[in-house]
Design a protein around this ligand. Structure first.
Ligand code: ATP
Ligand code: MG
Length: 238
């Protein structure tokens, strides 16, 4: 479904990714873990065409999308939920969803109704402004807005950050429900336990290099591996 092969990404002269490979199959949940500054966000930005890799290949469904603009990548079927959520504060919940669906229309299962079924809380808040939402509600809206475009792949950057455990649990259910529709999910998380307990496979990045690819349950069950690959920040979260 999504294939990333040997990408090198730079910020100016400084190289952030070194030959990164990554693969996401249809309906798979894959997590991308690693310490602060490892290059996780850069990896998502590279896929979206926000920070273009200098070398390597990115393909979606067998078609190369390397070098495409972010709006073209979005139309091709990759949705991105950025870490800072970027809700339109002066639009209502419903307007935020409608705007997304209309700005990048793609056919598919995710009607606004279906999104409200996934996040019933959003339906009760549909006339509320973006600025009136809690962190958890904003995160639901950010995910809903991405689904409104009917992506084949969703990239989630630290969706649990700053959220209460009960909200985190409901996000986990939502991520599984997204996968049920065949949409693949690439989940970047500091909260390794959360990510590993929902993912099929895991990748670990360190210093811009891919260090490990492993079945998520295997890494979840192995504290020695977690300590080795995720270090202090990993063991805190795990
Ligand atoms: N806009 C930028 N300009 C220059 N360097 C950047 C920029 N964004 C990130 N970097 C650098 O690229 C490297 C990877 O950063 P990135 O944000 O991808 O890491 P991350 O794994 O997402 O970290 P975190 O867990 O803190 O979000 C870091 O060394 C960072 O300092
Ligand atoms: Mg990041």
């Amino acid at each position: 479904m999504l294939e990333v092969r040997g990408i090198d990404t730079y910020y100016g002269l400084s190289q952030a990714l070194f030959g990164v490979d990554l693969e996401l199959r249809e309906g798979e949940i894959v997590c991308l873990l690693g310490r602060n500054g490892a290059g996780k966000t850069t990896c998502l930005r590279s896929i979206m065409g926000l920070t273009r890799p200098r070398r390597g290949l990115i393909a979606l469904g067998g078609r190369a999308i390397t070098g495409w603009r972010p709006d073209q990548v979005c139309r091709a079927g990759i949705g991105w939920v950025p870490e800072d959520r970027r809700i339109f504060g002066r639009l209502t919940v419903h307007e935020n969803l409608r705007f997304a669906a209309e700005s990048c229309p793609r056919p598919g299962a995710w009607s606004l109704d279906r999104i409200y079924e996934l996040f019933p809380k959003l339906r009760t808040l549909r006339e509320h402004l973006g600025t009136q939402l809690s962190g958890g509600e904003q995160q639901m809206l950010a995910i809903g807005r991405t689904l409104a475009v009917n992506p084949r792949v969703v990239l989630l950057d630290e969706p649990c950050e700053g959220l209460a455990p009960v909200v985190v649990a409901s996000l986990g259910q939502a991520i599984r429900a997204i996968r049920e529709t065949g949409t693949a999910v690439l989940l970047v998380e500091q909260n390794a336990r959360f990510a590993l307990s929902h993912a099929d496979r895991a990748y670990v990045l360190d210093d811009g290099r891919m260090k490990l690819e492993i079945a998520a349950p295997t890494l979840l069950a192995d504290e020695t591996l977690q300590e080795r690959y995720l270090g202090a920040s990993g063991s805190e979260a795990v």
